[in-house]
Design a protein around this ligand. Structure first.
Ligand code: SPV
Ligand code: MG
Length: 280
């Protein structure tokens, strides 16, 4: 962020999606709870475990050199659970975590009519302090996410919470909104006079592009939060439907990557070189 001003972080739900994000030129990866839940065929409602998320994060870290921002939802419980989680995520290879101020179990933020209950500010301050106190590397970022706008509590409450979390030691504040119009986020960003920079996730308001975000001046990280799983779903829906309609793969094969690409992306050349060197 110091070098680039604004960093672009792409959601990854698997090592393969991480490799694709790295090749495309993103600055980092978002180990998204929404995407991993969807990968398991589950809604993003605290149903996948910390172990499942950590296992995938380790697998991603093993195949990509990009920094990983881990989406640890509510921190899997109270401040004591956060202490355990921070140690585990740092060891697993994450460079940052995002913790949100909702109660456990949570409901995904963008769902219409979803139950959105927030923690008391003091309790969440304790969780942020616990995270800061636990990290071994001072460069490991603790990002506090307020869901005040998602819960419909308004800008004043969102600013109050963001300021409290920054005072508790958060390195950055993630402000989320599900309004289709970016006005709510732009207004919060203009009103933000805290010392720490902001993180945006333009999932609900996609027209807020990098040029407009840079003009807001206080944002240093943009997370493309569900674009990996949505792009993959679009591609699979299209291909699978065409195979049924066409009665075979005779047409679709021309429009998808050749199998050689699936040899290349996971680094089959490296394994082949290992075979010729070490198999006796
Ligand atoms: C995620 O990708 O898991 C997020 C972003 O937290 S959102 O689903 O938009 O809340
Ligand atoms: Mg999430």
């Amino acid at each position: 962020m110091a070098e680039r001003g604004l960093v672009h972080i792409m959601a990854a739900h698997s090592p393969l999606s991480a490799v694709l994000a790295e090749e495309a030129g993103f600055d980092g990866l978002w180990a998204s709870g929404f995407e991993l839940s969807a990968l398991y065929g589950l809604p993003d409602m605290s149903l996948i475990s910390m172990t499942q998320h950590l296992d995938m994060l380790r697998a991603i870290a093993g195949r990509s050199s990009l920094p990983i921002v881990a989406d640890i939802d509510t921190g899997y419980g109270n401040a004591v659970n956060v202490i355990h989680a921070i140690a585990e995520y740092e060891r697993a290879g994450a460079s940052a975590v995002v913790i949100e101020d909702k109660t456990f179990p949570k409901v995904t933020s963008l769902a219409a009519g979803g139950r959105q209950e927030l923690l008391r500010i003091e309790e969440f301050e304790g969780k942020i302090s616990a995270a800061i106190n636990t990290r071994a590397d001072p460069d490991f970022l603790v990002i506090a996410r307020t869901e005040a706008l998602i819960a419909g509590l308004g800008e004043e409450e969102a600013l109050k919470r963001a300021k409290a979390y920054a005072r508790a030691g958060a390195d950055m504040i993630l402000i989320h909104s599900k309004k289709k119009d970016p006005a709510e986020i732009e207004s919060f960003t203009r009103a933000w006079d805290g010392d720490v920079p902001l993180v945006l996730v333009p999932n609900a308001y996609p027209e807020l592009d990098a040029t407009r975000i840079k003009a807001l001046d206080k944002v240093r990280m943009v997370i493309y939060g569900n674009y990996g799983i949505r792009a993959a779903t679009t591609a699979m829906q299209d291909a699978f439907r065409r195979i049924i309609t066409d009665g075979g793969v005779q047409n679709v094969h021309k429009d998808i990557v050749a199998v050689e690409e699936i040899f290349r992306l996971p680094g089959m050349d490296i394994v082949k070189a290992q075979e010729s060197r070490f198999l006796r």
